[in-house]
Design a protein around this ligand. Sequence first.
Ligand code: FEO
Ligand code: CA
Ligand code: CA
Ligand code: CA
Length: 738
Amino acid sequence: MTDTTRSSSDIFNNEDSNTTANPHIDHIMTARLNRRGLLLGGMGAAATSLFGAGALTGCATASTGAGTVAAMGAPLSTLGFAAVGKSLADKVVVPAGYNVQVIYALGDPLKASTAAFKNDGTDTDWDNRAGDHHDGMEYFGLDASGKPSANSTTRALLAINHEATTDDKLSSFFIHANGGTATLPRPASEVDKEFAIHGLSVVEVAAQNGQWAYKAASNYNRRVTAMTEVLISGPAKGSEHLVTKFSPDATRARGTLNNCGTGKTPWGTFVSGEENWFGYFHRDAKDDERRGKKDKQVAGLVRYGRPAGAASRHGWESAGADDKYVRWNNGALAANAKADYRNEMNTFGFVVEMDAYDASQPVRKRTGLGRFAHESVSFAKPVVGQPIVAYMGDDARNEYMYKYVSAAKWDAADANPSNRMAAGDKYLDKGTLFVASFKDDGTGTWIELSMNNPIVAANPDFEFKSDADVAIYTRLAADAVSATKMDRPEWGGINPRTGEFYMTLTNNSNRTVDGDASLDSANPRFYSDMKGSKENKGNVHGHIIRVAQGKPTDTAFKWDIYLFASEADADKSKVNLSNLTDENDMSAPDGLVFSDVTGLCWIQTDDGAYTDKTNCMMLAAIPGKVGDGSKKSLSYKRADGSEKRVDTYVGKAQSPDILKRFLVGPVDCEITGLCETPDGKAMFINIQHPGEGSKMADVNNPAKYTSQWPANAGYGAGKRPRSATIVITKKDGGVIGS
Ligand code: FEO
Ligand code: CA
Ligand code: CA
Ligand code: CA
């Protein structure tokens, strides 16, 4: 969403702490290399391997374990449904011939002993209920006897992120009877509920005669919340920067927060990215002074969005003297880090891994994948004898795109391992992180972020002492190598047929023609868009970039812009560069998932710029490939009046034949999360924060809610809006999209 149009809970999606100048990579690298006479590891070999090996083709399948990929048939070559129109209705709209069912909403009980949800703010036992703001989601099949099965199409576990809460003035007001407390200190009873509505769900679902429902009494059901004990794993385990009063040896932490995008590992576990956690921490105005200017943590805290004096989103730190509240105060308040929570924020910002099938295994923070505002994790198709490769983005304005390459080589036996979390230890705890640099000739480089890279190891601006430091202060390492500042990287996805990697860049209100975040080839648009009488500027609607490599492990790549999001009537020479029409125009692409079954690329929006004309939506696309379009030169005027030309590479022009709107959600929601049965006949989607523009003062006045979904769709008690999982099926029993 554009920051100027965001409602309360979105403000924290829009952090911009990247004040680095980051001139073009070529200049700074050359300058630094010349100055130090050093060679940059990995880059020399990169150029020679560009597309030498040929792209991935075909799809071999293994089909027994929980972590294997479903068999792929021929991809769909046509979209077999009529496009859904833009909609402002307070309901989920899908094409003719499709069914929608709500199956799992905020507050739904996860134990037989938990009371039905009243949805009036008096509900209790929140540790055993669905959390709020359903986001990324993955499907883990179960066979008839309840054992893991990659092939099951009628029974499964859904692992779901609960990103945040619908809030107004500190309080998650819809879960409190009278809206809760809008001032500090917050009551402990309210804060305890707010801890519980964050985190993850595992919930069993099953279909009978084509009707899906969740099973409230399943022994698999469970929650991970902001209070659940987790393990720190990977290079940052034991780091001085993760020492807390709770875990003086820096091996454990509590909770996961703001879980946004997801991923499914090749060994059958769930991974989830912690995104806007920084907003939950309080730092008083004197904390810089107390720590002393030499404390590099001050630079780290600022780069991660917590300058001294930063107020927390919910005021959890104010709820009492109990350790569970005090931990949200990120100040250096005691004699040392073992006696306070000055490092607590450093225990967030990671990818967490969970075994959806096995509650006895603690969740791990996989620090080797870096620390930033994580979204999804996209695993390249594993190749026996080759490292595991995963792509990730840092969702804040002008942040970066990342790739992780494991040290361990893929063993096919790990597709169905006896201990899935041990496989996670093997592939995710030792590896190398890279950050993307996009060049204006349509190529790019993944730059290594480790102590092996002399530019990181000898960085004059922030002293990296170890790979643990790189794992914790990843943004600062990426700054040092002058990675390309992107327009808010959100979800990634891998086209299963080509191996090409796609990433949504949702929008950027801080993109400018000139200056620190000036236009470049990979982020080439600056324009104005009106929402009613309000003007938004920058890259208001976002775009989707894609990357092709010879092999996933290559450091050199080619790229183009698959799609420029736009309103249909915008200028086709400057803004609507992908030729979008009323059937497929969109703003703020966010979720992006490829179907293994159909090959379709599903695109979901989280928008605030086009919501005067339509609620958020999901579209289906038949993707092309990198280089299927053409070069385009855009012309801008600098502040001094001179011309700035930006060359970019636009994918093939869109048309409703290959890109079509499939779904529009209720008012004030985001469409997110997507997983499907292995036959592609049932698709699970999350409707996040319907009615989030409602006000705390109106909490008991349903007529004033901006949405009453899903109550108005016949689901559940009360009228307060609820985030929820829906399932979409085709009335003729066919494959979704066909
Ligand atoms: Fe949670 Fe960047 O969306
Ligand atoms: Ca507009
Ligand atoms: Ca997102
Ligand atoms: Ca979002």
